[in-house]
Design a protein around this ligand. Structure first.
Ligand SMILES: [Zn+2]
Length: 324
């Protein structure tokens, strides 16, 4: 109930009743309301500046924790990066060196992760810690790529190792007959007087003199590509060893293998004889590389010592007559 107010009228010398219009009441109320609003806003501003709500504290705590985990993760990634570098180093400087392969160029090892911007979506989302998130993604992608290249390199090395042992087993590297006391090497590679034709001509192999029927061995793994008789070579076997190598064995008394047969180093392929243009029972042995005959002396390294090898060189260099 509104209080009734009076005022003293000096003209009438009486107390008169104050008349309050509805407009006055409205204006008064509006004033009070506005003031209250201003006060409330001011209070809110002050409280939010000096005090924070439980939700904000929680978010801040979460944020801090996430940052901490990200930092830890970055340290882990850095450590993995170092480990990766050690693997690459070992690969380039040890494994690949063993197999005489070139190191993987750093341009390939450090290659980027494709030309397009893989993180465009992330950038467009305008996430607050864009730098942190995208950097981490980039680091991980780089690592994935390097790991892939490293794995491929190990596959290559495995192939090379397999290939190398096959190659080493295939390249001729022993003498075609047992020659323990080295007395078998009768004539070497080079210009020699032919014992039957009686003129100097290129002797494309080595002659091992041995009794008729002495076993002749394949000097490396391969395939018997020819087992034929000719008037000059007599019974002749040719072995294709692959990798550009071939060997020939002439003047055999008989074959122990057939054309097309796969042989291993040390397998008996035939026996010493005196067939074709031959002066006495012996094995004429030739080594061919990429279609050219080469000095077989360079291919006896597997079954002789250094001293024996020197002795063989001395024997082979005698300018004697060949046996055929
Ligand atoms: Zn000969």
């Amino acid at each position: 109930m509104a209080r009734i107010k009076y005022y003293y009228d000096t003209e009438t010398c009486k107390y008169e009743r104050v008349k309050v219009s509805k407009w006055d009441i409205f204006l008064n109320s509006l004033g009070i309301f506005t003031l209250s609003l201003i006060l409330a806003a001011a209070l809110l501003a002050i409280s939010s500046t000096y005090f924070e709500s439980p939700q904000v504290s929680l978010l801040k705590k979460e944020n801090k924790e996430l940052l901490m985990y990200y930092n830890d993760m970055e340290k882990d990634i850095k450590q993995m990066d170092n480990m990766m570098a050690a693997l690459q180093d070992r690969d380039d400087n040890i494994y690949r060196v063993i197999f005489e392969a070139d190191p993987i160029p750093s341009t390939i090892r450090q290659a980027g992760v494709g030309g397009t911007d893989r993180y465009r979506d992330l950038r467009e989302e305008k996430i607050v810690r864009e730098d942190l998130v995208i950097d981490t993604y980039e680091e991980i992608d780089k690592m994935k790529k390097q790991m892939y290249i490293q794995t491929k390199s190990y596959d290559d090395i495995l192939d090379m190792a397999k290939n190398k042992s096959e190659m080493l087993a295939s390249i001729p590297s022993i003498q075609p007959i047992a020659n323990k006391d080295l007395k078998r090497l009768a004539s070497g590679y080079g210009m020699r007087m032919h014992p039957i034709l009686k003129y100097m001509r290129m002797h494309a192999g080595c002659d091992f003199s041995a009794p008729q029927g002495t076993p002749i061995f394949a000097t490396g793994n391969g395939k018997v590509s020819r087992a034929v008789f000719s008037k000059t070579s007599g019974n002749m076997i040719k072995i294709d060893h692959g990798y550009g190598y071939e060997t020939k064995y002439l003047h055999m008394s008989k074959f122990a293998v057939k054309q097309g047969q796969i042989v291993k180093r040390g397998d008996i392929i035939g026996y010493v004889g005196n067939t074709g243009l031959s002066k006495a029972p012996h094995c004429h042995y030739e080594v061919w590389k990429d279609g050219k005959h080469v000095n077989p002396l360079n291919f006896f390294y597997n079954d002789v010592t250094d001293e024996e090898y020197d002795k063989l060189i001395e024997l082979a260099s005698k300018e004697n007559e060949s046996l055929g």
